[in-house]
Design a protein around this ligand. Structure first.
Ligand code: ADP
Ligand code: MG
Ligand code: MG
Length: 247
């Protein structure tokens, strides 16, 4: 099943009018892992944010379809309720809300008609913290507050595990991770992935793709996909850099 279809998408930054996305095309089917690789500043995070409906960007042309329906008119919250999820490149600290409560609230918000008890949800959250090797003490701390880079990424990936989205957009989930945390985060992604889920893995580096094997690799530059290949394309980029592809 087609989960996401991005068609000739052009988008600008509302604040300054700069056009960042210059005609992006991308189709993700259920069960597929797509990696987007590209240099810094090429618009990868912008693409993720526009798919999620961030009000900081304006769509100028093209369309974003989720299971065949345009989502351009939907708010970020409505998109999340449909099953879109994004982990942030730089997760924010939330003062006054503890991790466990935050996760419970996110689950309740997205699954309005689910009658699972708070106790069961809380147990599920405990299990998820084991999966990502995040000490349960973190569940009683304010969200991301004073967390290390790796701990923040683990808390992001816990959300993915809890929410079980249909489309998971992971924006540089590998950045700032040492090799052990990278392996744990990657193994968690593999564990949380289902046959009904599409994954868009945005990364600057090839190394996470040794653990989370992509079906497709898209090289992204200056606001559009310039070439698409299989997992081997990521290795070529690692060896030769982006310059050979940008020409
Ligand atoms: P990448 O994730 O590939 O590193 P980004 O999408 O973060 O790239 O940024 C692409 C370009 O768009 C950069 O020049 C960045 O400054 C600009 N940009 C993105 N979002 C904003 C914003 N909210 N306000 C101003 N400029 C932005
Ligand atoms: Mg960047
Ligand atoms: Mg980015």
């Amino acid at each position: 099943e087609k989960i996401l279809e991005v068609r000739d998408l052009k988008a600008s930054v509302v604040e300054d009018g700069n056009v960042i996305l210059k005609g992006v095309n991308l189709t993700i089917n259920s069960g597929e892992i797509h990696a987007i690789m590209g240099p810094n500043g090429s618009g990868k995070s912008t693409l993720a944010n526009v798919i999620m409906g961030s009000p900081k960007y304006e769509v100028l042309e093209g369309d974003i379809l989720f299971k065949g329906q345009s989502i351009l008119d939907l708010s970020t919250d409505e998109r999340a309720k449909l099953g879109l999820f994004m982990s942030f490149q730089a997760p924010e600290e939330v003062d006054g809300v503890k991790m466990r409560q935050f996760l419970l609230n996110s689950y309740r918000n997205i699954n309005e008609n689910d009658s699972i008890s708070a106790l069961k949800l809380s147990r599920k959250i405990d299990e998820l913290s084991d999966t990502v090797y995040l000490d349960k003490l973190f569940l009683d701390r304010y969200v991301n507050n004073g967390f290390s880079g790796g701990e923040k990424k683990k808390s992001e990936i816990m959300q993915m595990g809890l929410l079980n989205p249909k489309l998971a957009i992971l924006d540089e989930i590998d950045s700032g991770l040492d090799i052990d945390a990278l392996r744990i985060v990657a193994e968690s992604i593999n564990k949380f992935k289902t046959e009904n889920m599409g994954i868009l893995l945005i990364t600057h580096y090839q190394r996470i793709l040794n653990y989370v094997i992509p079906d497709f690799v898209h090289v992204y530059s200056q606001g559009h996909v310039i070439t698409t290949g299989g997992a081997e394309l990521a290795k070529e980029i690692e060896e030769n850099g982006y310059s050979m592809i940008e020409g």
